[in-house]
Write a protein that binds this ligand. Sequence first.
Ligand SMILES: Cc1ncc(COP(=O)(O)O)c(C=O)c1O
Length: 455
Amino acid sequence: MLESKTLSRRGFIRNTTAAALTGAAGSLATAIPQASAQNREERLSIPKLADGRYDFDTPYDRGGSNCRRWDLPARLYPDGEFKYGMGIASMDFECPPEITGALQDRVSHHSWGYLDSTDELVDEIVDWNERYHGLDLDARMITMSDGVYPGIIAALRSIVSAGGKVLLTTPTYSGFYVMASQARVDTIDSPMRYDNGRYEIDWDDLELKMTPDVRAMIVCNPQNPTGNVWTEDELLRIGRLCVERKVVVLADEIHSDFVRRGHRYVAFAGLPDRAVVENSVSFNAVSKTFNLAGMRNGYFYSKSPELLVRVNEVHRADLSTLGVVANIAAYQNGREWFEQVNAYIDDNHALVEAFVAEHMPTVGNTRNEGTFMTFLDFSRTMAAIGADELYAAHDMATPEHYFRDWLVKGTGVFLNTGSDYGAGGEGHMRMNIASSRQVLRGALDAMAGAVNAVV
Ligand SMILES: Cc1ncc(COP(=O)(O)O)c(C=O)c1O
């Protein structure tokens, strides 16, 4: 039974994803070399190049591992149209060998009863935040969770009473709408303005939307999907407004480690205004940093003991042993890998910006300051293919869903639909750029071909 599962998984990898990638490469001059299923199983870890750098260039085949980024679109398009998973926010790179090694050590101990302590993990979190972000955290004020989701849901439940609302500056992470719904809280969007290639908060609108029933505001920093890294001044302005209006700030900083050269992430809890800081709860994880989302770890903290107690009262999470092992290993031994991957992603952003400007001039592109996502404006392509008129007849939820389908069928590229990110997401698609350059370039080439043929 076990053997046949392994065999069918291997078969799936070989037949589906490898074929998809090779097919994708068919539009390129050469086939994409990749870490094949076989050599992936033979080697324990990501190789370093002769000069000491990790090899992020060789595409790593994640297909067939039950991963949402590649296997979900493959399931949605079983006839093989799908080739490039450029949606869901996880990276295509193999995680650092130190993490895999730590997991292997723990797996050799064949017992899986309840986990005892997360103290070592909490100490690593304190250390990481101090070292990378200059943030002074008290270990006693950190609550571990199995992701950012459960923490924000608990915060919304405890802070926003029945009939209350949570305020979002949009476009913003689609998951916030899910969290709000699970906490039975309504959302209210304050659409940002798009000025000179950057999303800016519309301060008048934000103030207008802070009606008495708004009890919380989610500040996503760096902001997914727009890539904004909020400045200290912007955060202080939001924070002071929230104090004035008695709105608690929920700072989702899960992307905080991915900040591009020339920009600086300022932790909300590190702002130089005590009243502002004590009116907030912050949420974070290294799941984006080290590609550990499936290991389900996250944490939240507040400098206000009272707020933290309120959230803790309605929050419960049991962490998995392997998740804790992987996260500790990441914090302790993954720094070099992370610094290299961060630089690689920064260069990928630059590549996308240059490519779009030169080869897809009808597509709008925001200059990202952080995250490994980019938000592309395809409204002219969508108009050219009649997405607004055709989507309902094709049983699609929005024109952006129609466009996504058009793109997969014409190019094999799967992106996330902008309409899922709230007001202002119309006409846009979110693209994940955390891939080897060959895969990224293949997806961009394929999209340019299709887009330029219609606009
Ligand atoms: C801004 C933001 N918050 C939260 C999450 C999900 O967090 P988790 O998987 O830790 O629950 C994501 C995932 O993409 C995200 O982008």
